[in-house]
Design a protein around this ligand. Sequence first.
Ligand SMILES: Cc1cc2nc3c(=O)[nH]c(=O)nc-3n(C[C@H](O)[C@H](O)[C@H](O)COP(=O)(O)OP(=O)(O)OC[C@H]3O[C@@H](n4cnc5c(N)ncnc54)[C@H](O)[C@@H]3O)c2cc1C
Length: 397
Amino acid sequence: MDAADRLPEAADVTIVGGGIIGTSTAYFLSTETDLDVLLVERDAIASGSTGDSSAIIRHHYGGDAIYSELAAWSHEFYRNFEAETGEAIAYEPNRLVRMGEAGAESGDYADAGYEVLEDLDIPVSRYEGQELETEFPMLNLDGIDFAVEDETAAYSDATDVAGGFARAAQNEGATVVTGVTVDGFAVEDDAVTAVETDAGRVETDDVLLAAGPWTPDLAEKVDVDVPIRREREQIILLEPSDEFVAEEYDMLPTTSRPGVFWYMRPDFNDGVLIATHYRGEEVDPDAYKRDPDQEILLELVDEIEDFVPGLTDAKLRGEYCGVYSNTPDRDFILDQIGPQGFHVACGFSGHGFKHGPSMGKVLSDMVAEGDTDLTDLSYFSMDRFEDNPEGHEGGTR
Ligand SMILES: Cc1cc2nc3c(=O)[nH]c(=O)nc-3n(C[C@H](O)[C@H](O)[C@H](O)COP(=O)(O)OP(=O)(O)OC[C@H]3O[C@@H](n4cnc5c(N)ncnc54)[C@H](O)[C@@H]3O)c2cc1C
């Protein structure tokens, strides 16, 4: 059956993009509403930023309680993913640790998150002095005064999860079509009436544009300016020595050093993943270099050898690059904007995976009801850029 045969002539809601956000929203719309849902993905499910995600699930967001609350809701859903959706996913508990330098931004951020997590009853610990040494014997703790541990953090596999959401949505009646590109939208009397694709036209009342780094190009077609920068991030996978795995691996947290541009986490099959973030290199999501730069790779290896001396003789297991979609304040965009029935969800930066379930629920509510009880939608609206192109002061990290 070719793509044109799989595409329906009409749907109540058409979701553009089969990443974690589009698939999660398709799942919630099809389980919680009677709407007829279509998801259109131009390539394969999770072929965009989702497929490159480190899939860390954490709750610590400094003083940004709005994200900690959403992350906790999502994490609860992830814990019950199989029971909720019927689909099994990879899931590995691993504490996430914020290293703090007293009197510096890193210390203030770590402590602010400690208070938020305590208020929300999310397990959190704080270590300093001898306790710090005892908890992290594998780390070089120079320049680190204390650590805040998000005890119940975890990591997963984002391709697995997006595939699970897509299959579960289909089982609930949604239509998921891959290999079809959305080229534009038909608008009449200032309302969306159809989605135009390379396999034909679909009449629709609502569109959810969840096309990750490609969102601005599609939004432009209905004169909506989405202010995101697409930034390349570089990832290396290490294979530690048997000795490290036997002696130190089990206690290795997801963490980084204060003020650096990278983080690390354990990986499946006794690996270690190291990724850059927020380096600011803007790229075209259709034409960026897919393998890491040699100088960054060497820099990361040097940094990690200094921070985790036991990884000095680790072997390189893999390498790749992915794209973050960053708003100026790094806060998400969730909005009904432009023609009636046109909704945009993007700017998830390095956070879209852990917020996948809550975003699906919030966006399903937004499309079906115009609002949600799960969060304050006004915080994520595009209005914030009208008075100040930089958006919220501070923004998320
Ligand atoms: C290297 C890296 C590490 C990360 N680590 C983490 C992490 O540890 N924890 C965390 O929470 N988040 C993390 N993130 C962030 C998270 O992965 C993203 O925020 C999330 O995947 C974004 O999902 P999305 O659905 O918005 O976009 P995408 O996954 O990019 O999905 C958009 C989809 O739209 C499709 N599309 C584009 N144009 C069209 C069109 N014209 N027609 C039809 N379909 C189209 C694309 O093919 C794509 O599949 C990381 C991201 C990267 C890149």
